[in-house]
Write a protein that binds this ligand. Structure first.
Ligand code: FMN
Length: 397
């Protein structure tokens, strides 16, 4: 199968197969934001499942800015022993385990008391100020400090034994906020022209490359577009990819959407797009014509023949899958062994926050050594009720 063929990245690292697990925030670290036994069990189960490139859920670079109560944070308070244990989940195999590093910017934990920051003081346009406060516009020294923190998190990742990092520049988080003219109306060198809006991402990449060296993989998860009037367009995203290719990026993962327009999860996609495999395939096909940068596509891919066809026709290099791995951690091996032909039966068909919560529960099941069971009918209603009471009590998961 093409899916089983190894791939060499520009930095020289070899990924043993084309099955990639896209980031899923686990929300199960310790209260002090350190990795723990639950995370180790989850990632050991995934790497045992044959995934070639396993990307962690977003790891935050600053504990003052979280997007989940139990995020992992890589900073000066990090417990290196705990992080090394987590990184060792892929040890002894040739599989890759990369850390996705992120800053939420104006999309922190909903209802959080933490004052968010962003390129400009423009609030996420969802419900009211209680859910997402108006962020404080970052000063130039603060921007430089955040770039340093991205570097620090990448340095910790490498030192601990992870085999790569991915900068989260998609889904409306801080890097994507800088890219989008809807959230970035700055008039200094960090806003305005595309070159200026992309500067934050480019500087983060350069900082990390300086720290980790030329042989260590660095990827970026990028929106094909924000799907909002006035947001970043496909044409602009393509130009950003060109910029990243020129400076040596190893892998671009294509996704799309923000909290305001959650296209990455298939929500509010036209039925024709949902039916057709892969939400962002048209964009990837266009990018492929223009650049040679290695490409991973994520969002809605569920059919094995389609995956093979994409690789066979050289439309992309890695098949990014998220939600199905929360129910079937052994998915990659099952596909290689011909035991699975389609992942359609793993679709929850839920939307937005509920879909995330349901999948977080499946991740928690795997982390405690159980086989996750799909929630539907009565079990789904019960889960929703428990979730509702958790929220009423001030929980934010
Ligand atoms: C529980 C959950 C957590 C997620 N957390 C992240 C994350 O931390 N970083 C990220 O880039 N995407 C995150 N995503 C989005 C996925 O990576 C992926 O883009 C999306 O689920 C579409 O892929 P799929 O159709 O294969 O699930 C998350 C998705 C889910 C369900």
């Amino acid at each position: 199968m093409k899916l089983q063929k190894p791939f060499t990245l520009p930095c020289g690292a070899i990924i043993p197969n084309r099955m990639a697990k896209s980031a899923m925030s686990e929300n199960m670290a310790t209260k002090n934001h350190q990795p723990n036994k639950a995370l180790n069990t989850l990632y050991k189960t995934w790497t045992d499942g044959g995934i070639g490139l396993c990307i962690t859920g977003n790891v935050l670079i600053d504990r003052k800015h979280l997007n989940g109560e139990f995020n992992v944070v890589f900073d000066e308070q990090s417990d290196m022993q705990a992080i090394k244990k987590w990184a060792s989940c892929a040890k002894g195999s040739n599989q890759h385990l990369w850390v996705q590093i992120n800053h939420p910017g104006r999309q922190p934990i909903p209802f959080s008391k933490q004052k968010p920051v962003a390129p400009s003081a423009i609030r996420v346009n969802i419900m009211n100020e209680r859910v997402f406060q108006t962020p404080k516009a970052l000063t130039e020294p603060e921007i430089v400090e955040i770039i340093e923190k991205f570097g620090q998190a990448a340095s910790i990742s490498k030192e601990a034994g992870f085999t790569g990092v991915q900068i989260h520049a998609a889904h409306g988080y801080l890097v994507s906020q800088f890219l989008s003219p809807l959230s970035n109306i700055r008039e200094d060198k960090w806003g305005g022209s595309l070159e200026n809006r992309a500067r934050f991402l480019i500087e983060i990449y350069k900082k990390i490359r300086n720290i980790v060296g030329k042989d260590f993989p660095i990827g970026v998860k990028l929106n094909s577009a924000d799907f909002q009037k006035g947001g970043i367009t496909e044409e602009e995203s393509m130009q950003v990819i060109d910029m990243l290719e020129t400076i040596g990026i190893d892998l671009i993962e294509v996704s799309g959407g923000t909290y305001e327009r959650p296209k990455m999860m298939g929500s509010k996609q036209k039925n024709s797009t949902k039916k057709r495999e892969a939400y962002f395939i048209d964009f990837v096909q266009k990018v492929r014509k223009q650049t040679k940068v290695p490409l991973m596509l994520t969002g809605g891919i569920r059919n094995i023949d389609f995956m093979e066809q994409c690789l066979e026709e050289n439309q992309l290099d890695f098949i990014g899958i998220a939600r199905p791995y929360a129910l079937e951690p052994n998915l990659a091996n099952d596909i290689f062994e011909g035991k699975t032909k389609s992942l359609e039966h793993l679709n929850s068909n839920l939307n937005g926050a509920l879909d995330i919560s349901v999948h977080e529960k499946y991740l928690a099941d795997i982390a405690s050594g159980k086989k996750p069971k799909i929630l539907k009918g009565f079990s789904l209603k019960l889960f929703m009720l428990k979730n509702f009471f958790h929220l009423l009590k001030g929980g934010n998961k």
